[in-house]
Write a protein of this length. Structure first.
Length: 192
């Protein structure tokens, strides 16, 4: 009977091991719950804060393309500039004028440790006026054509009227190491 009332030393060890396993199981379940909560938190944070910058980078060239295409409709069916905006608001619309500009040849290479992109291209200005502060956007893709990233750069140089200018090894920014192709396009330029 004494053995039933007081446990022997072997039983205490067994109970100790059992309670250790119970504690370890409790710690494991808490760690798993913590990892799940952290994952949900990061996913929520990514939904609210992550894609907005990436979408705005990609949306900028598309918005300009739509604006360029929208400037070509029939003048008889569109309202005049005076009805659309006051004179002081018309100046920013001039900043996006890239009608006579064209990128004639372009290629890119890696620099640094392979994550920097340097673009070389020739810009032709067919306008009767010079342009400055030229903004370009370069889209980088994989071999299979899937999109990786967009980088935008403003060139604070002048291209004279009816001329061309080559920009060699212009640092565009950091790119994914899987990028194999780049396509640069004009977004905006200021008329001089």
């Amino acid at each position: 009977m004494a053995m039933d009332v007081e446990p022997s030393r072997g039983e205490i060890r067994w109970m100790g091991r059992h309670s250790e396993w119970a504690v370890l199981g409790s710690v494991r379940s808490r760690l798993v719950a913590l990892v799940i909560v952290m994952f949900i938190g990061f996913a929520t944070w990514g939904m609210f804060f992550g894609p907005s910058g990436a979408q705005s980078e990609r949306a900028a060239p598309l918005a300009v393309t739509v604006e360029q295409n929208a400037s070509a409709p029939d003048p008889a069916s569109t309202p005049t500039q005076a009805t659309l905006a006051p004179a002081e608001d018309a100046a920013p619309a001039e900043a996006t004028s890239v009608d006579g500009l064209k990128i004639s040849s372009q290629f890119w290479r890696r620099a640094g440790l392979g994550s920097n992109a340097q673009v070389t291209f020739t810009l032709r200005n067919g306008n009767d006026y010079a342009v400055k502060d030229i903004e370009i956007s370069c889209a980088f893709t994989r071999r299979d054509g899937s999109h990786l990233t967009d980088r935008t750069r403003t060139i604070h140089d002048t291209v004279n009227m009816k001329s061309r200018r080559t920009f060699a090894r212009l640092h565009v920014g950091f790119v994914n190491v899987n990028a194999n192709k780049a396509k640069c396009s004009l977004i905006a330029a200021n008329r001089i």
